[in-house]
Write a protein that binds this ligand. Structure first.
Ligand code: IVH
Length: 681
C-alpha cells in the first residue's frame, strides 16, 4: 500500500505522501507517548514506519532531520561538540521547610515593592536539564546544562526521544526552550532485567541512568533505552514571549511539546505550602522521580524586575522533599553466590512500606560496606529509597540493638561449596574461585539455558538444581549428553516433558554464535558485546586466539572486556568445554553471508599435527585449521609449513627436524594464529 511511491511517481508526489506519513506517525507518537490513548496497534505503527523508511531509502534526498526514522539513532561519534548557551542555564536555590518558603515569599514581595505575586507550582523533575533550540519548528540543537555557560551538543541522542515531536506545530521561526530529560521507573526496571540476565550490575536510579544514556556516543544504543522529557520554560522566541508562565505552559503544549500536567496556580505562599505538602505522598504514585516542587513567579514582568544573582534567578525557588526513611527489623543476612562466584550479602527485612512499595530485601553490596555499617541480624535498621529505586540500609538504631546480636562474620568459605574465598585485588568483592562450586554451576547452567542465550525451553532453576544435585550435569556440554533414561528419574518429568526437553536441547545446537558466546557467561560479555564479537570473528576458533590488541579495536570493547575474553579462553577447563561442545555438535560458527568473508589467517599454509595435544583432539585441530583457511596433511613433506607437536610425538616430529620444517607447540601455534589474525584485521 505505497500510494504515490511507485517507480514512475514524481518526487513531488512522493514528497507530499512522505510528509503525510510523517505527520501521521507524529500524531500516533503524541497519542501514545503524551496522551496514552493509542489509536493503532504496534503492527500498524511499524508498517507506517517501514513505509517511511522505504521511501527514504529510495529517495535519500528526502531524508530529513525531522524524520521519525532518525529516532533509531545515527552513527556513533567520537565525542560531543561544546555548545555555548544563548542564555546561561542557572540553577535554583533550595528550601526545605515552610519557614524557608515564607522567607522566599518575603524576599519576592520586597523585590516587587509589596505587590502580591501569583505563584505557579510545578513538580521538580529529577532528571537532567536540557536546552532545546527549534528553527522553523524543527529541533536543530539539544544541549546539556554543562557548567551553565557551556554544555554538550547531544542533539542526535535527544532526537531518539519519542515523546518529543520531530516537528512543532505553529511554532515561531526561532524558539528555545528548557526542559528535563528523565527515565521512568518502568524503563529502568526493563533495562535492569536485561542487565541482570547479562550478569551486569543493575543501575541504581533513573536519574543517573538517564544521564549515562544521554552521554552515550552511539545514538542507536540511546534509542534502545527509552528516555522521556518534559519542557518547562521558554527562554527565547522570535515572537513575543508570553506574559505569564501559565500562558507559556499552554503555548508549549499547543506547539506539541510535552509539558508536565501537574501545575497549580497559587495566590499566596500558604497555598503554595499546601500544594507542596499534598505532593509529599502523592509523588509516589507517579511513574517518574520527583525530588521536590518548583515555585515560580507567574508574571514575566515581575520576573524581569526581580532578576537574578550570578547563581540563580530570584523569581524561582525549589522546595525539596525530605528523603523517605523507614525503620524495620533486619531478620537475617544471607550470602548469595552468583554465576561468577561473587559473594553478596543480602538483608532479609521485615516487610515495610516505603516510598510507594513494600521493601523486603536490600542488597548490602559487599562485606566491607557491611562491616563499616556494623549491621547485625536482629537489628532495627533504617532503610532509605531517596532517588534510588533499590532500597539502601542506612544504619542500625543503637538503642534498639538486641542483647547478644553478633556481628556478621565475613565468610572465609563459600556457603555453597565451602571452598576458601578470595578477595578481588581491585575491588571489595569476595569470590569463590571453585569453578566446580554447585551454586556457580547452577548459575552458569541457568544462564546458558536462558532466553537470550541458548534458549533451552523447560530448563529452569528447579530442573537445573536436580540435574546438578544428581551429578548428571556439571557444565553446559553435559546437557548434550542427556537422554531419556537420565531424565526420567527427575521429579515431575514424564515422557512428554523429557521428549520436549531433549528436543529443545537439540534445537539449541544451531543457535547463532552470539547466543553461545553470551551463554558462556564470560565476565563483561553481555549480549551486545557477544554480537559485536560474532559479527567480527564469525567463528569461535578465530575469537579464541584473538589478542587484546585486536579485540580492543572493536566497537564497545575496552581493555577490561578484552582482557576478560583472553583470560576466559586461556583457562584449560574453558578450552576443553569448547571442545566438548564442538564434539557434541553445537555450532561454533555462523554461516557466512555472501560478501561477508570470514577471516582466513591460515590461508596457503599446510599443517601436520602430531602427538597428543592438550586442548584439541586431532579432529578438532584439523577442523580449526581448515575453518581459518589452512590445509592439513597426515604426513610431513617439504610442502609442510608447520608441524604442531604435542606430547609423545614420534616419527613425524623427527621427519620435520630432518626436513627443517618448523615445529610448533600448541601455544606457539596459537601465537602464530594471533599474529596472522591481527595482520588481517
Ligand atoms: S525551571 C533557572 N522547572 O532543577 C532554572 N527546573 O535544581 C530554570 N528542574 O537545573 C529551570 N524540574 O534541571 C525548572 N519544573 C521545573 C524543574 C526544573 C526540575 C531542574 C532543572 C534545574 C534543577 C535545579
Amino acid at each position: 500500500m505505497r500510494n504515490g511511491t511507485d517507480a514512475g511517481a514524481l518526487p513531488e508526489a512522493v514528497r507530499s505522501h512522505l510528509q503525510a506519513l510523517k505527520s501521521e506517525i507524529e500524531r500516533h507518537n503524541r497519542l501514545y507517548y503524551q496522551e496514552a490513548v493509542p489509536e493503532v496497534s504496534d503492527l500498524e505503527y511499524d508498517a507506517l514506519m517501514r513505509e517511511i523508511q522505504d521511501i527514504e531509502r529510495e529517495y535519500p534526498q528526502l531524508a530529513a532531520p525531522d524524520s521519525p526514522t532518525q529516532r533509531v539513532g545515527g552513527a556513533p561519534t567520537d565525542g560531543f561538540q561544546t555548545v555555548v548557551h544563548s542564555m546561561p542555564m542557572l540553577s535554583i536555590d533550595n528550601t526545605y521547610n515552610e519557614k524557608e518558603l515564607a522567607q522566599f515569599d518575603a524576599r519576592v514581595r520586597k523585590g516587587l515593592e509589596d505587590a502580591a505575586p501569583q505563584y505557579l507550582v510545578e513538580l521538580k523533575l529529577d532528571g537532567l536539564s536540557m536546552s532545546l533550540r527549534y528553527e522553523e519548528g524543527v529541533l536543530v540543537r539539544a544541549a546539556t546544562r554543562g557548567d551553565g555557560v557551556r554544555g554538550d551538543d547531544v542533539t542526535e541522542n535527544v532526537r531518539t526521544i519519542r515523546s518529543l515531536p520531530a516537528r512543532l506545530s505553529d511554532a515561531p521561526a526561532v524558539l528555545e526552550v528548557r526542559g528535563e530529560v528523565y527515565m521512568t521507573y518502568a524503563e529502568l526496571d526493563r533495562i535492569n532485567r536485561e542487565r541482570e540476565a547479562e550478569d551486569l550490575e543493575p543501575f541504581r536510579n533513573p536519574r543517573n541512568t538517564a544521564a549515562g544514556t544521554l552521554k552515550l556516543l552511539d545514538s542507536r544504543e540511546v534509542a534502545r533505552r527509552r528516555l522521556d522529557i518534559f519542557v518547562y520554560e521558554m527562554v527565547l522566541s522570535s515572537d513575543a514571549l508570553p506574559p505569564t508562565h501559565e500562558h507559556t505552559l499552554k503555548l508549549l503544549t499547543h506547539f506539541g511539546l510535552p509539558v508536565n500536567p501537574y501545575w497549580t496556580l497559587c495566590d499566596d505562599i500558604d497555598s503554595v505550602t499546601k500544594v507542596c505538602d499534598e505532593w509529599h505522598e502523592r509523588r509516589f504514585s507517579l511513574e517518574y522521580a520527583t525530588d521536590g516542587m518548583v515555585i515560580k513567579v507567574n508574571r514575566r514582568d515581575q520576573r524581569d524586575r526581580l532578576g537574578a544573582t550570578s547563581k540563580a534567578p530570584r523569581w524561582i525557588i525549589a522546595y525539596k522533599f525530605p528523603a523517605e526513611i523507614a525503620r524495620t527489623r533486619l531478620c537475617e543476612i544471607v550470602v548469595q553466590v552468583g554465576k561468577s562466584g561473587a559473594l553478596t550479602p543480602v538483608a532479609e527485612l521485615e516487610p515495610v512500606p516505603l516510598a510507594g512499595t513494600v521493601v523486603k530485601r536490600a542488597t548490602l553490596h559487599n562485606f566491607e560496606d557491611l562491616a563499616q555499617k556494623d549491621l547485625r541480624p536482629g537489628d532495627l535498621v533504617e532503610v532509605q529509597k531517596a532517588g534510588e529505586i533499590i532500597p539502601q540500609v542506612l544504619r542500625f538504631v543503637p538503642e534498639e540493638r538486641p542483647s547478644g546480636a553478633d556481628a556478621f562474620p565475613v565468610p572465609t568459605n563459600c556457603p555453597a561449596c565451602q571452598s576458601a574465598v578470595h578477595k578481588d585485588p581491585d575491588a571489595a568483592i569476595l569470590r569463590c574461585l571453585n569453578i566446580a562450586c554447585p551454586a556457580q554451576i547452577r548459575g552458569r547452567l541457568e544462564h546458558f539455558a536462558s532466553r537470550k542465550a541458548m534458549d533451552i525451553e523447560g530448563l529452569g532453576p528447579a530442573l537445573v538444581e536436580q540435574l546438578v544435585d544428581k551429578g548428571l550435569v556439571s557444565d553446559p556440554s553435559d546437557l548434550y549428553q542427556l537422554n531419556r533414561e537420565k531424565l526420567i528419574g527427575m521429579e515431575r518429568m514424564g515422557d512428554k516433558s523429557a521428549e520436549n526437553l531433549l528436543a529443545a536441547v537439540e534445537t539449541s545446537k544451531s543457535r547463532p554464535l552470539a547466543r553461545l558466546l553470551f551463554g558462556l557467561g564470560i565476565r563483561h560479555v553481555g549480549s551486545r558485546t557477544a554480537e559485536v564479537l560474532a559479527d567480527h570473528f564469525h567463528t569461535m576458533d578465530a575469537l579464541m586466539v584473538a589478542g587484546t590488541d585486536l579485540l580492543t579495536t572493536l566497537s564497545d570493547i575496552g581493555e577490561v572486556v578484552a582482557e576478560s575474553i583472553r583470560e576466559f579462553f586461556a583457562v584449560k577447563e574453558n578450552k576443553s568445554l569448547i571442545l566438548r561442545l564442538r564434539e557434541a555438535g553445537v555450532s561454533l560458527a555462523d554461516a557466512v553471508e555472501e560478501g561477508n568473508v570470514r577471516p582466513q589467517p591460515l590461508l596457503g599454509l599446510v599443517f601436520v599435527a602430531t602427538g597428543s595435544l592438550q586442548n584439541y583432539s586431532r579432529d578438532s585441530i584439523e577442523a580449526h585449521i581448515k575453518s581459518l583457511g589452512g590445509k592439513t596433511s597426515g604426513s610431513v613433506s617439504k610442502k609442510t609449513d608447520y608441524v604442531i607437536a604435542g606430547a609423545e610425538a614420534g616419527s613425524k616430529l623427527e621427519k620435520a627436524r630432518t626436513l627443517g620444517v618448523p615445529v610448533l607447540t600448541e601455544e606457539e601455534f596459537e601465537a602464530l594464529l594471533r599474529t596472522r589474525t591481527e595482520g588481517q584485521a
